[in-house]
Design a protein around this ligand. Structure first.
Ligand SMILES: [Zn+2]
Length: 230
C-alpha cells in the first residue's frame, strides 16, 4: 500500500535525524504533516563499553529511536536493519531506498549530506549519495524498475531534498521554539549521549546559534536544500 507523506527522513543511524532535523521536523508534525523515518543501520557498533554486545545494542538503539520519534510526533519508523558501518553504494541498497520513496511518496526527503569534507562517517556519506541517486533518477523513472511497477510502486517525483551536515548550507531553519524538544529527543538516545560531558549540550547550542547568525532568529538547523524541478 502506498501513501503520500510530507517528509521522509532517511537516517544512517538511530540518532542522526535528531541531530540533523528534529527541530525542523517537529514544526511539520505540529502542523499535522506526516513524517516518516527510515533508519538504515541498526547502530550496533556505536559503543565503547567492553560489556556491550552488538545485538543488545541494536535492540537498545531501536527502542531509543522509537522513543525519540514518538516525542517528535513522527508517524512511522521503518528499520532497514543493515549492520552498522556496512553500507555500500550497491544496486540493492539503492532499490531499497527507491522502494521507500515510491511507497511513501514524500514531498521532501531529508538525509545526510554525502559531500562533507573530509572526515565523515562512511555510512553518512553512502546514505546521502544513495538517497540522492534514488530520488533522481531512479524513483522518478518508470522504466528503472519494471518489477516495482508490477508491485504497484509507481514512479514518484520528490520536490525537495534537505541535506544536514552540509559544509556550505544554503537553508537555515528556525528552531528557536523547538530546540528544547529537539534536545529532549536527543536525550532519548541514552546509549549515545548518556555518558557525554555537560559541555556537549553547550557545544551543540553554540553550533545552532552560529547557524542562525544573520538570520534574525536565535537558533537554526542548517541544510543544503535542493529543489528538484526536472
Ligand atoms: Zn550516524
Amino acid at each position: 500500500m502506498t501513501k503520500n507523506c510530507y517528509a521522509l527522513v532517511i537516517t544512517p543511524h538511530p540518532d542522526d535525524a535528531e541531530y540533523g532535523v528534529a527541530g525542523t521536523l517537529v514544526k511539520w508534525t505540529r502542523d499535522g504533516k506526516e513524517v516518516i523515518y527510515a533508519v538504515c543501520t541498526n547502530g550496533n557498533k556505536g559503543s565503547n563499553d567492553p560489556e556491550m554486545k552488538p545485538d543488545k545494542l541494536a535492540e537498545i538503539r531501536e527502542q531509543e529511536q522509537l522513543a525519540a520519534a514518538k516525542l517528535l510526533g513522527v508517524n512511522e519508523v521503518i528499520f532497514l536493519r543493515h549492520e552498522d558501518q556496512s553500507l555500500e553504494d550497491t544496486p540493492e541498497f539503492r532499490k531499497e531506498i527507491v522502494r521507500l520513496i515510491r511507497t511513501y511518496r514524500p514531498e521532501v526527503v531529508v538525509t545526510s549530506d554525502p559531500y562533507r569534507r573530509y572526515i565523515w562517517h562512511r555510512d553518512h556519506r553512502i546514505t546521502g549519495q544513495v538517497v540522492l541517486d534514488a530520488v533522481f533518477p531512479y524513483a522518478r523513472d518508470r522504466l528503472a524498475y519494471p518489477d516495482l511497477i508490477e508491485q504497484g510502486l509507481e514512479p514518484h517525483k520528490v520536490k525537495e531534498v534537505l541535506l544536514w551536515a552540509a559544509d556550505e548550507p544554503n537553508y537555515f531553519s528556525d528552531i528557536t521554539d523547538t530546540y528544547e524538544i529537539k534536545m529532549a529527543a536527543l536525550h532519548c538516545h541514552d546509549s549515545q549521549v548518556g555518558h557525554l560531558p555537560s559541555e556537549w549540550a553547550n557545544f551543540l547550542r553554540k553550533r545552532y546559534e552560529q547557524s542562525a547568525e544573520g538570520q534574525g532568529f536565535a537558533l537554526a538547523e542548517a541544510f543544503y536544500r535542493v529543489e528538484v524541478w526536472w
